[in-house]
Structures are given as structure tokens and as C-alpha cells.
Design a protein around this ligand. Sequence first.
Ligand SMILES: [Zn+2]
Length: 351
Amino acid sequence: MGVARTGPSTNHSRLTPLPRGTRATVTGREGDWLRLEYGAWINGAETRSLPGAVPPRARIRSVSGRPGPHGIEMAFPLTVPVPVTIAQEDERLILTLHGAIAETDTIRLDDDPLIRRLDWQQVNPHTLTYTFHLKTPHQWGYDFRYDGSTLRLLLRYPPELRGELNGLRVVLDPGHGGAELGARGPNGFPEKEINLILSRKLRRELEQRGAQVYLTRDQDVDLGLRERMDFIAEVKPHVALSVHYNALPDSGNAEETAGIGMFWYHPQAHDLAVFLQDYLVTSLDRPHYGVFWNNLALTRPHAAPTVLMELGFMINPWEFEWIMDEAAQDQLAGAIASALTQWVQSRQAVP
Ligand SMILES: [Zn+2]
């Protein structure tokens, strides 16, 4: 995937990444950065220039959907692999193809557990959108890639629960590890250790309820952000949770900064972040640090709703005592598992 941004620097926000093989016309240049015809910027190092000055224009005729084990895979056979943007809204997912012209004749889409209807619109001579109207109020993840010049978009089905959490696959990602210690407690105790302790307790709680749980790391080892993201994309869980404890913000006071926080990025994860936050703060009577939209490596995965949890501040002496207390850890793991169970059970139902 290439990183598309709103402007020519890494300070500029990320847009939908461009799948490998995407072709686009360059309309501007600033330093190492290239402006693409649809307005996004990309670092030249992630690109390769092709001979010929003819702007790529894709045509597309028929679109079709094929149900698979993880969801429905939609095939968009384009004549050129053009840049794409994906946006999630309430009960809709919108795919935009930049530099594409519809010659649509058929859309093959049988009755599907997820998609109510697929509409298309030629917004202007070079922008084509496909709007998926969904049957479920909640979205369970998506993935996309170019297969030659055919765009394959996977829309994930909701989990089919049998019993409490039977049928649910969960990735737990204990933050940091190995040489990367993470935040430190007042006595120097490293965050990486408590992340793993809590993740193992949470795995046990979820497995007791019937879920299949996958840890990105089950030992004290180095593990890069890319590897963690790839792990989520491969396992295709129904939910992914990163487990962290917080470090003090620059202007923070160690004794006064406390509480639980949740971080989300894609709209499909917002509802889960809010639910977990409210449940934990209320049921455990912990301080509320906040719910944040944040563009983090471990909130960006889109194959499943993905939330990064910051469960307390390591450096706060009062909170650190709670963090290290084994009975409190068991309570916290139990509360996260109960929250996830309630959330999944209430969100998977098709109205
Ligand atoms: Zn951390």
C-alpha cells in the first residue's frame, strides 16, 4: 500500500492508502512529493514513473459480488488500476474511483447478509462512486487490493455467534516488547510487561466465553508496528484490541493525570471505543481520560473494528498501585471481556 496524504509532508493527514499497482497522473511536485491528479500527495520513493503522458482513464462495465468465508468480495474489473478512496458513513460504505468512467451494464449482486443494495454514480467526468447500502447498522471491516487491474473489495460479514462468544475471533495486541519498554512506572517498571500480563488475563476471560483469541506477541520480544498491522490483516478477526498503559503528556502532572482512554480511527471502531470506555469507567469506577480519534498504526487497520486501549497512567503513583494489583488486573480483564461480549451481542443482530 502507498501512503496518500492531504499535502506534501508526513505532517499532512493520511487518506485511503493506494493499493500496490495503482496508476495515477502526476500534476505537481514539491521536493520529494508528488501531487496526483485527484488531489492526494504521495512520496516519490513509493512510486515508479511509467513512460507515456496520457492520463490513465479507466473504464468499467460489469461489477459482481461473491460471498466467501470472511465476507462478500466485490470485483470491479477496471481497464486501469486507478486511485481509490473509501469512506464509511452510517449504514453506508462509499467507494470512489478517481479517473474512472462508467460503462456499467450489469451489477451481479444476489441477496446478501450484509448488502441491501449497491448504487453507482458518475459524479463528474472523472469521478465514479459506488455506494453500498448496508443491512447492518454496524460495519465489521473491509479490505481491498488490485489483482491486475481488477479492484477486489472485501466487505466483512458480522460474526455468527453460537452461545456467548463462540464464533468470535479476537486479536489482542500487547504493546511494545523486547528492547521497547513503553511507559515506565514510578519505580521504573516497564509498560511492556503489564501489557502482556493483562492481555493474557483477557485472553483467558474471552476464551472462557468461547472466543478464539490470537495474541500478536505472547512473549517479551521485539515486534514492529508493521508486523502487528499485518497480523490483523492476515487473521481477519472480528475485533482487534491493542493493550497499552499511558505515558504522561508533555504538560502533564504525574499526580493529577489519571484514567482510562480509548483511541479509534475508522468510523467502524468509534462505537466500540465509546462502549468500552463507558463500561470500564462506570463498572470499575476509574477516572475518565477520554475517547480520542487518533491516526495511530494500531488504530488504522481496517479489516476489523480496531481500538487501542490506554488503561491507566504508569507514572501516576496512585494509579500505578491499581495497575500492579493482581486482583484489580483480574477485575479489569473481566470487565473488558464483559464489555466486549455485550457490545458484540448487541451489534451483530440484523434488524
Ligand atoms: Zn504503550
